[in-house]
Design a protein around this ligand. Sequence first.
Ligand code: AMP
Ligand code: MG
Length: 335
Amino acid sequence: MSAKNRDTLGLGLESSCDETSVSVVRNGRDILSNLIYSQIDLHQAYFGVVPEIASRAHLETVNGLVDGALREAGVSFADLGYVAATQRPGLTGSLLIALQSAKAISYAMNIPLIAVNHLEAHLYAPFLEGREPVYPYIGLLVSGGNTALYQVRGVADFTLIGKTVDDAVGEAFDKIAKLLDLGYPGGPVVERMARTAVLKKKLFPKILPEPGGGDYRFSYSGLKTAVIQYWRANPRADRCELVYSFQERALEILVRRVFAASREFGINRIVVAGGVAANARLRELLAGAREEGEEVIIASPVLCTDNAAMVAGIGYRYYRKGLYSPLDIDVSARV
Ligand code: AMP
Ligand code: MG
């Protein structure tokens, strides 16, 4: 058997929120195609994702993306070794589209179906860029729907250390952007405006409690309220200074928590993933807080947001372990 014949091609499908994506990945490592259709335009007017609109758009797009992803990769259904789809967490009606499509492909082609946890998939993204998956690590997931810290020991072997008790960090960026009339999604525009701040005053208090002592919870509603109150009291305030102060506090708590966990658990490798991980200031703060011997791994911005390559990637690891899913598996809105 030639080396080429030993390759395993996997198809990944993702539709948990507002991106429809289909990807072909070779050996859980090489991205042959990764088509992403973003629905941002459809949801912009509502300053958030409208579930009904999202699932309809996924349904309209998914078949075309499957064809396109196979074509771009230069392969056919018959070449696939497995098919993976996000099964949880996310919007129920949206999740159904990718999972049902994957079930149909699995059934028709008689290949294993791999149901994937979206959060575990996000943390796999950096391993699609030429670096071997390494365990254990502390995983920080920062997105529009989640802010969570994990101890990851291996494939399908991870525990939650802490998560947000209210808003997700990306959601906080989106809400502040909405408050200041900056558009949706908020993250990229807040980051851009914050970069132009000059005074850089600390307008908002530090988010408590201090990390350590086993408390790894996150909270963003207090900071959000502080920003709202400040904006009401100072309607002529410079929005660049305001978002700068907001962003510093919002990111600082992530950095403090992730290093506290890494040091307390004695795991000096950190993986940061999810849409907010695209933020350059977060990358800068993480680099600044890193001590010798500590490693911070972050995927390129394009692989930080929702995509199917990460689904096909972690799917390969499940495939290799024989962790297949039954065809009657249901989606789950929660983790
Ligand atoms: P996801 O939920 O992983 O699809 O990521 C989307 C979330 O990430 C939204 O809440 C965005 O506002 C946020 N986001 C995207 N880019 C950035 C950025 N550069 N800085 C901060 N947040 C961001
Ligand atoms: Mg998204």
